[in-house]
Design a protein around this ligand. Structure first.
Ligand code: NAD
Ligand code: DAU
Length: 348
């Protein structure tokens, strides 16, 4: 199969491209990525000389470019990872999220339809379902109820994908996954941010009471599930992906402190994320029962290996934390560590 993978220089996309090129060498990958702050060619360094991987720097909103790529490379399937992906950034400014996550997805759908693409897979998130109480889990039939600008933009994209399937007959599937972790994750997200701060003996900023629950999955397990859905999922269907690893944020942070030989004195409870979803949990029975997917990584072993990866790859994260990242960190955390919600702080 000839695949067009978008956002393949990001965290999950780069894992997916690598998985395909290793596990399915007969499949070729065109990787379209705009290389925003989150895109990183160093995450694809091992594919530099791989003739089956063609990297194209470009924007998914450029429909003409996407149509050209589909025709030139005889693309049979599109897997759309490209997105603005960080909730905190969507609170500071929502427009880039609408531009890429909504308008960008529409552009891909139009190009897919015009180019006769056989299958479109939209990589979505459990956050479109909103927030859970103390019990229960999201099912594919749970009503969509996004609560952050990020999740609203992802939900809008999911609706467009479903609309193109129902209205235009486009063969499309949607995957919705819980929180990913693993090597190459940009250090704005909880786990790499806490690991790097712990390495450097800096405060670990825990939002609110720290009892918010996320359902963690290793990025490789997510990518294997996506690939099964791409090849065997039923057109028009949604597939939840999750590894049943619910964990309060404070427990994740404490585990990281243990792996880095640091004490709990580094933990700082800081002003909460506005609109913070309390708990996510995924029921992934459908992808397990229909497609035989099973996660292969336990959270305990996966987290320890992830800490080790960041320990042994300082050049990867030192480079991504230079420049604009410093401004972002300052904007997001300087006021917070002084007790002020950054979305309410006066502009500097
Ligand atoms: P990421 O932020 O690490 O990577 C996003 C990639 O998209 C980057 O390489 C970036 O350069 C690229 N990109 C952004 N805007 C683009 C545009 N307009 N055109 C082309 N490329 C563009 O994100 P991630 O964490 O790897 O997430 C990938 C996808 O998975 C997203 O769609 C996200 O919503 C979804 N998802 C993420 C998680 C998670 O825990 N990280 C969980 C479930 C679903
Ligand atoms: O659930 C899937 C989603 O997971 C994906 O769709 C998103 O792309 C991805 O960013 C992630 O969203 P979260 O908001 O859950 O992830 P984040 O790593 O930002 O935060 C995880 C939890 O940790 C959340 O409850 C907020 C909290 N947190 C986060 C940061 C960055 C803190 O307490 N302190 C922090 O500094």
């Amino acid at each position: 199969m000839n695949l067009l993978v978008t956002g393949g220089a990001g965290f999950i996309g780069s894992w997916y491209v690598r998985l395909i090129r290793r596990a399915r060498p007969a499949d070729s990958v065109v990787n379209l990525d705009a290389l925003t702050y989150a895109g990183n060619m160093e995450s694809l360094a091992d594919l530099r000389d791989d003739a089956g991987h063609v990297f194209v720097k470009g924007d998914i909103r450029d429909t003409a470019l996407v149509r050209t790529l589909i025709a030139r490379h005889q693309v049979q399937a599109i897997v759309n990872f490209a997105a603005e992906s960080h909730v905190d950034r969507s609170i500071l400014s929502a427009s880039p999220f609408i531009d890429t996550n909504v308008t960008g997805t529409l552009s891909l759908l139009e190009a897919a339809r015009a180019g006769g693409v056989k299958r479109f897979l939209q990589v979505s998130t459990d956050e479109v379902y909103g927030s859970l109480g103390a019990t229960g889990a999201f099912e594919e039939t749970t009503p969509i109820a996004p609560r952050s600008p990020y999740s609203a933009s992802k939900a809008a994209a999911d609706h467009l994908v479903a609309a193109f399937h129902h209205t235009h007959g486009l063969d499309a599937v949607i995957t919705r996954c819980s929180n990913n972790y693993g090597p190459h994750q940009f250090p704005e997200k909880l786990i790499p941010l806490m690991i790097l701060n712990a390495f450097e003996g800096k405060p670990l900023p825990v939002y609110g009471d720290g009892l918010y629950v996320r359902d963690w999955i290793h990025v490789e397990d997510h990518c294997r599930a996506i690939d099964l859905v791409l090849r065997g999922g039923r057109a028009g269907e949604v597939y939840n992906i999750g590894a049943e690893n619910e964990c309060p944020n404070l427990d994740v942070v404490r585990a990281i402190l243990r792996h880095t030989d640091r004490g709990e004195d580094l933990i700082r409870h800081v002003p909460d994320r506005p609109g913070h979803d309390r708990r996510y949990a995924m029921n992934a029975a459908k992808v397990r029962d229909e497609l035989g997917w099973r996660p292969q990584h336990t959270f305990a072993a996966g987290l320890a290996a992830t800490v080790d990866w960041y320990r042994s790859h300082p050049t990867w994260w030192e480079r991504v934390r230079s420049g604009a990242y410093r401004d972002y960190y300052e904007q997001q955390y300087a006021e917070r560590l002084r007790g002020v919600d950054p979305s309410k702080a006066s502009p500097t």
